[in-house]
Every structure is written in C-alpha cells, then in structure tokens.
Design a protein around this ligand. Structure first.
Ligand code: ADP
Ligand code: MG
Length: 468
C-alpha cells in the first residue's frame, strides 16, 4: 500500500524532495482505514505537514479512498537532551485518537577522551568559529528556507537527525559559510562540551599535506576523529585530490558511524562535483542536501535593513529599495556596497540619501541604468501589472486595465518631456484631457493611498529614480 502511495507521490514532487522527505518514511501498519507511517523526527513530521499535506492527501485518496487516514509515528530518541513532549498528529485528516508510539533508543556517543594533541602545531583545539555568524543574523527567505531550517534542526540535535551529513550548496556569496558557521556557533552555545570544528577544505588539505611530509598522518587522522561536529567548507576543492579524498573518506565514515555530525558546503550540487570519488559523492548524499539561491527582493531588503540596524544606521526606504533593486545576485556584493556607502557617508559627513547611494553604486558596479524611453516605461508598467501592451494602450474600460493605463500616462508625464498630446498618442490617440485626468487621479491616489504610492515608487525604482 505504501509503495503505491510512493508511486503517486513521486509524480508530484521533485526527485530531490522525494529522496529527502519520502524515502526515509517507514510504513508501520494499516488498520481501520488508517495508514501509520514512521518518520525520523518531529522536525521531519512538521516539515511534511507544512509542505506536503496535499501530496499525501492525494496519495491516500487514490489508494485507500476519501475515508482513508494517515497517522504519524515519530521516532523518539532517548538521547534527546530536551525531551520534548512526544506529540502525535494527523495532518488535515479527520482526527483519530489512537495513540501509537515508537520508542527507539539512539546510541549515546561514548565520552570523549580529554583532548591531547601536542605534536602537531598546526592543529589546535580551536573551533575556528566566527561569532558574528549566527542564525539571528542569517535572514530567512524562500532562497534559503530549507537550508536554514535543516541547519537549525541539526544545531538542536547534532548527529541525531537524519540530516547527516548536511550538505549546503550554492553560488558565491549566498551565505554558505555564514550558515554552516551559524550551525557551529549554535551547537557550541547549546552543547559547550561538544568539540565543534570548522575547517576550510583548503586548510584541511594543507594540514594533510604537512602531515605526509612530517610522517604524522596518524596524528592528523586521530585529531579529526575526536571531533563531535565537523564542518567542512567548500568541499569542491577536494576535487582531483585523491589522497586527501581518501583520508577524508575514512574520517567521514568513522565520524558518521559514531553518530557525529558532519556539515559540508560546496559551490555546486553533489551531482555536478567533478573529480570526486564516487563513494565520497554518494556519502555526501546520505543526509540532506539543501541549496541556497539568490535572495528575492524582499529578502534583500531585510538583509540590508539588518546590516544597517546592527550598525545603528537608518536610511530612507527609497534608498533601501534602490539598493535592493540594484544588486540582485550576491549578498556579499550587497554588503560591500553598504559598507562603502557607510564609509562614504562618514567621510563626507553626509546623510545616506539616494544621491549618495547612486554615486557610490556607480563607482562600484557598472550601472545598468535603464534608458528612460517611452517603450521602456510602458514595458515596465506592463510587466509590473502583468497586462499586455495592446490592452495597456487599448480602449478597455475595466478597472484592472484602466489603472495601469493611468499609471503609465502618469509615468510618461513625470519622466519624459513629452507633451500631453504625444502621450495621448501612445494610447490610441486619446486627447490631452484624458491624459490630464489620468495624471491627476494618479497624483491624488499617491497622496491618499499608500499602496498606489508603493506601486509607483517601485516603478520609478526600475529606472533608478525616486518618486518626488
Ligand atoms: P558563501 O560562503 O556562500 O560564498 P558567505 O557565507 O561568505 O557566502 O556570505 C557572504 C556575505 O553575505 C556574508 O557576510 C554573510 O553574512 C552575508 N549573507 C549571506 N546570506 C545572508 C543572509 N541570508 N542573511 C544575512 N547575511 C547574509
Ligand atoms: Mg564561503
């Protein structure tokens, strides 16, 4: 029965989601129209319920029927320090009172020997965690939701979730290092006795090469085997380094087997990692792989706000929007601009206003200011409102078309030197009184209606211009 469900589910979700969220589920029993499935953790259950209820419902409908019910059994580990209440829930389905619970003991890691490691200078007992990289400072958005949530889950129960290893991948400057460091910092805070180690792949490789040179490979390996939480950044740099990979593979296996948490980052998905041993790649995919994507507009705004707020600086929203519109791909770049903006402001003792933002940005990124042509303006309006050009210029008097049309006229009036008559011309030869009326009603709406003001601001921003 569960296999049938899986077949249906497989069609509805990506293969990545499928292997992450559905493959680990164990069917337990089927009784009274109720299918009981076992999930590895509370987090897992919550994630399923939040994101896949409809998918599950459909699968149940198709296999058991409309009256079918689904019941979760959450694996409870006794090694859990916080002992959360064991909950038992049914998603979206008519409730049932049955209480079936699975207890499972998770093997406790043996106490670690007091750390002794004197003979290799380059290896010290330091976590290499940077305190400023915290979850609190890592702004959540659609771009990073899975990675962030999984990171939190791992931080709360290192080694005890099914996310082992946790593999975070994504392009340059999208927050990989920040996120994996945040996990480390959080673990250090909650479990001070755990030995958390952050190491870049480059450093790991150098240490290994030195160990070969000094005949101290055993010391090197032993050092890593004492780690409770191993965080390795930028594993793509292992590519082509066979010996290092081999040693890393052994360390990985050993740690994984003893229930230690492993966290990895990479600039690309495991399947795109070339020059990597297959067995190592397959290990990378054992746990959870989550990608970080480019932040959307709102997330960029939140990131900038957070950075400024941390430095006690306030700027107007138009500057904020301008920045968020201008730098889209890379959070690091965004930060760079903010930093030089703050430097500029303190040097020149000027306020951070739109003018300063523009001149600073011009000197940093090549400005792709859009030309203020009639076509570009009309196109911006059609894109924003999702209407087509013919409708925008046409005669249809439906409210949802009239408003964009009036906004377009207003923009042309404000942003170009076109006479009213010419503006009318672009809208099927309407006369100038129509244009005046449009301009007036939009001006008034901007004053009286915040959402109209916001809309027009956004449109102006597309041309790196502020309203007023
Ligand atoms: P990567 O390792 O992926 O190249 P980093 O982790 O070094 O990227 O991130 C680059 C900069 O952007 C860092 O200063 C980091 O704090 C910041 N950053 C990235 N993502 C976020 C986010 N979601 N919220 C806040 N800051 C972020
Ligand atoms: Mg990095």
């Amino acid at each position: 029965l569960w296999l049938k469900c899986l077949e249906i589910i497989r069609e509805d979700v990506s293969s990545q989601s499928f292997s992450t969220w559905f493959a680990p589920i164990v069917p337990l029993k089927f009784q009274n129209n109720t299918l009981t499935i076992q999930v590895p953790s509370q987090f897992f259950y919550e994630w399923l319920e939040e994101n896949y209820v409809a998918v599950l419902r459909k699968a149940i409908d198709h296999t058991i029927g409309k009256r079918g019910m689904l019941e979760y059994s959450i694996v409870v580990d006794k090694g859990d320090r916080k002992n959360p209440p064991i909950t038992f829930n049914l998603p979206t389905l008519p409730s049932s009172n049955s209480n079936h619970m699975q207890q499972q003991t998770v093997q406790q890691a043996p106490a670690r020997n007091p750390f002794q490691f004197k003979d290799l200078d380059s290896l010290e007992l330091d976590s290499y965690l940077i305190p400023k990289y915290t979850f609190d400072k890592f702004i959540e958005g659609d771009c990073n939701r899975l990675g962030r949530a999984a990171g939190m889950a791992v931080a709360n129960k290192p080694g005890l979730t099914s996310f082992n290893p946790l593999m975070i991948y994504g392009g340059v400057g999208l927050g990989k290092t920040h996120l994996i460091q945040a996990i480390g910092n959080q673990i250090k805070e909650e479990f001070p006795e755990k030995f958390v180690l952050y190491v870049s792949t480059e450093k790991f490789t150098n240490q290994f090469v030195n160990a070969i040179r000094n005949n101290s490979i055993e010391t090197f390996t032993n050092f890593y085997l004492q780690v409770d939480v191993l965080i390795i950044d930028d594993v793509q740099f292992l590519s082509g380094k066979e010996k290092t990979q081999e040693t890393f593979f052994n360390i990985f296996n050993h740690l994984h087997q003893s229930g230690k948490q492993i966290i990895l980052s990479s600039d690309r998905a495991p399947r795109d990692l070339a020059g990597m041993e297959d067995r190592l790649l397959s290990r990378f995919k054992w746990g959870l792989t989550a990608d970080l994507q480019q932040p959307d507009f709102e997330t960029r705004i939140a990131i900038i706000q957070k950075k400024l707020q941390d430095d006690g600086i306030q700027i107007n929203f138009d500057v904020l929007e301008y920045l968020a519109h201008s730098i889209q791909t890379n959070v690091r770049e965004l930060e760079g601009v903010i930093i030089s903006l703050m430097a500029q402001a303190s040097l020149t003792r000027k306020e951070i206003d739109l003018e300063l933002a523009k001149s600073t940005l011009k000197s940093i990124v090549n400005d792709q200011e859009k030309e203020l042509s009639v076509d570009n303006i009309l196109e911006a309006v059609t894109t924003h409102f999702d209407v087509d050009m013919l409708t925008l210029k046409g005669k249809c008097r439906k409210k949802e078309n009239v408003f964009p049309r009036q906004v377009a006229m207003y923009m042309l009036k404000e942003l170009t030197n076109l006479p009213l008559k010419s503006i009318g011309y672009h809208f099927g030869g309407r006369d100038h009184s129509t244009v005046i009326h449009a301009v007036q009603s939009i001006s008034e709406a901007i004053e009286s209606d915040k959402s109209v003001e916001k809309t027009v601001k956004k449109l102006f921003n597309r041309f790196n211009l502020a309203l007023n």
